[in-house]
Design a protein around this ligand. Structure first.
Ligand code: ATP
Ligand code: MG
Length: 257
């Protein structure tokens, strides 16, 4: 199962959700891989503790190979980093992704990630893709490569307007490139149960027939702490309410498998 976590809005929790779901999956014994496609490398840092020059070239190296030609060019290999957490591996992101992007676009390398995932699917039960906050080459590659897309949402009215555009873009991409792609649902992050406006907004989305998932993720300082110590919530505080919500979400999303 290959799941992409995507919303072109920044800061809605894509990396936090992709990493914590991947960590729950790995802790439950599934062989799990997270592929970081964002030049900011937040997921990479969170799950490996590495920064700057310490980070291996990972996915940028793979994409670079797709641009190389000649009889001795090595092709289609990717370095996989083993995190300190059992069953959890990462394909790291680096800043090089930004400069590679125009070259990859120019050479129409949009299907290369899907081919890589076809090979990696033999070694992993669950593959998570974290994406940058833009509908760019990397996010489109991920949406072409994935079976499912999970959309984090922050209950903000600006985000709500962007959501309709986002769902339309996904529909178009499905039709043109990946008819197997399934929108798993919209997951509300940093939910404030005591405030009336977010709940109202959610009720409206549900009434409109949007696929809002029944598990909301609460806002908690535990998340920041978890980033700071580069330890996913399931390993930092398994009993915390937010951790339990991630477990519930993970189990809900994977119940049909
Ligand atoms: N449930 C939560 N409770 C509290 N803080 C959270 C929660 N989820 C995310 N955050 C915080 O919100 C910020 C943005 O989260 P995150 O980096 O996961 O979003 P993103 O969508 O990946 O951002 P970007 O678009 O820049 O990649 C981070 O500082 C993170 O600690
Ligand atoms: Mg991110």
């Amino acid at each position: 199962m290959r799941r992409v976590v995507f919303n072109q809005k920044g800061g809605v929790g894509k990396s936090s959700i992709a990493c914590n779901l991947a960590a729950v999956s790995a802790a439950q014994g599934y062989r799990t891989l997270l592929i970081d496609l964002d030049a900011q490398a937040n997921s990479t840092h969170y799950l490996t503790g590495l920064t700057g020059e310490e980070i291996p070239m990972g996915i940028a190296d793979f994409f670079k190979q797709t641009l190389a030609s000649g009889p001795f060019a090595k092709k289609g290999k990717v370095d996989i980093y083993e995190t300190p957490f059992d069953n959890l591996h990462v394909v790291t992101a680096t800043a090089e992704l930004a400069e590679l992007q125009p070259k990859l676009e120019q050479k129409h390398k949009i299907n290369k990630l899907r081919k890589l995932l076809d090979e990696l699917a033999e070694d992993y039960d669950h593959i998570y893709l974290d994406t940058p906050p833009a509908l760019n080459f990397y996010t489109v590659s991920a949406l072409i490569a994935a079976d499912r897309v999970l959309i984090p949402f922050d209950c903000d009215s600006f985000s709500r307007n962007a959501l309709y555009g986002l769902l339309a873009e996904i529909d178009e991409l499905k039709e043109d490139h990946n008819d197997g792609l399934e929108v798993e649902g919209i997951v509300v992050n940093q939910f404030q149960p005591r405030a009336t406006l977010p709940q109202q907004l959610l009720d409206e989305l549900v009434a409109e027939g949007l696929p809002v998932l029944p598990v909301n993720l609460m806002s908690s300082v535990k998340m920041r702490e978890s980033h700071q110590v580069c330890t996913p919530l399931i390993h930092l505080d398994a009993r915390h309410k937010l951790t339990q919500q991630f477990v519930e979400l993970h189990d809900l999303l994977n119940a049909a498998d």
